[in-house]
Design a protein around this ligand. Structure first.
Ligand code: OGA
Ligand code: ZN
Ligand code: ZN
Length: 383
């Protein structure tokens, strides 16, 4: 990695071949020293106690090393740090960028997603490359379908365990959904389920939901999906004030079973400190009474109605009938799922659900990237 550098004030400034510069303050460089005394060579964890660094630390010299820079520090008998250009590049301190949706997500609506990404169960289980493509689809579109799932109980858990491990909730690990006269939630009736995310009642809702259709022979029961990020972006463009209300108002949700009674609250559009949407929480059926000042209530309902309309408009919503043996996976922080009403007497309809953390999907993608680059190489971060 080619670059120029100079020392300016209390920083090393690196200029990259494309003319971009990065400012590496001395304290930052000292903290990230990669020598075996400061950074454990096999665990890749910091040994150096960061808070003990002299806040005014200054190098006695900064010079070019073979493919990077060598810094001598004044502390003790002199301490040496070597940073390769590649390491500096992959750890360049970005100027404070912001946005609404991370680059890794490709927004979609009904017109643009002409084909859902499709995979085969046996291929996902036996071919690492296929599983990686499944992960990549979940990262970019937030949805991926797996066909030809085995028809036995628990196949969805086998899939989850192959990706990583199940994220348990107050549902059974293997959660059955069929029309039940003694239903304890709406999903176990034959009613329509409007687009929703699952488990919004948790402070950390599971990031991936896997819905395995063991049997889908009943009339009706089509699956609906909508890109919550895209609807949120649209809301922000059309009515920034409504977007702000939904990004700032805490909404409570509750879901209870014999295993627990979980109540959590968060905004429907949860945004991080840079403005990027992190998590959409939306479940009309689980929403608790709003606890906000009376004067804010109408504004909230106006914003909620607008967002809801965007989530339900045929321009954004896709609708299709899965076959028995299909598994729909959604990024549950982003893509909302639902189903049309169905006729239980007309045929069998039986789903098995489980959940995963989205981090596992990202982990798979990162492991693949590290394998490609070589285990000893510095690999850029991505989110
Ligand atoms: C659910 C759900 C969809 C369906 O159980 O959370 O959304 O097709 N089910 O029954
Ligand atoms: Zn060191
Ligand atoms: Zn659901």
């Amino acid at each position: 990695m080619d670059f120029e550098f100079e020392t300016l004030g209390s920083s090393v400034i690196v200029t990259w071949p494309d003319g971009q510069t990065t400012d590496y303050p001395f304290i930052w460089l000292r903290d990230n020293c990669q020598c075996p005394k400061c950074f454990h060579p096999s665990t890749h964890e910091r040994l150096l106690f960061t808070a003990a660094i002299d806040p005014e630390i200054t190098p006695t010299s900064v010079e070019r090393a073979d493919d990077g820079i060598r810094i001598l520090w004044s502390e003790g008998e002199g301490h040496e740090s070597i940073f390769t250009g590649k390491w500096l590049y992959h750890n360049s301190i970005a100027s404070p960028i912001g946005g609404t949706v991370r680059e890794s997500a490709t927004l979609w609506d009904a017109a643009s997603i002409n084909e859902l990404p499709m995979f085969d169960f046996a291929d996902c289980m036996s071919d690492e490359k296929v599983l990686i493509r499944w992960c990549a689809a979940l990262r970019s579109l937030g949805v991926a379908i797996v066909r030809n799932m085995p028809s036995h109980d628990g196949a969805v858990i086998e899939f989850a365990d192959h990706v990583g491990y199940v994220h348990d909730t107050i549902y059974d690990r293997l959660h059955n959904v069929f029309s039940d006269p003694n239903a304890y939630n709406l999903a176990s009736t034959s009613e329509e389920l409007k687009p929703h995310t699952d488990m919004p009642n948790y402070f950390s809702p599971p990031g991936v939901q896997l819905l395995h259709f063991l049997a889908n022979e009943a009339e009706g029961g089509e699956t609906t999906l909508v890109d919550g990020y895209q609807a949120a972006v649209q809301l922000r463009e059309e009515d920034p004030e409504a977007y702000d209300i939904l990004a700032k108002t805490d909404v409570g949700f509750r879901l209870a079973s014999e295993k627990g009674d979980i109540v959590g609250q968060a905004p429907l559009i949860e945004v991080d400190n840079r403005g990027f949407i992190r998590t959409i929480r939306y479940s009309n059926q689980l929403m608790l009474p709003l606890l906000i000042p009376g004067a804010e209530v109408k504004g909230f309902y106006d914003a909620y109605r607008k967002f809801t309309n965007l989530l339900n408009t045929p321009e954004n919503l896709i609708r299709f009938k899965t076959q028995s043996g299909d598994m729909v996976a959604v990024h549950n922080h982003r893509v909302l799922h639902g189903r049309a009403e169905f006729q239980p007497a007309s045929g069998a309809r039986h789903l098995q659900l489980t959940y995963l953390d989205f981090d596992l999907v990202m982990s798979r993608l990162r492991q693949e990237r590290v394998r490609e680059a070589g285990e000893d190489q510095v690999v850029e971060r991505f989110y």
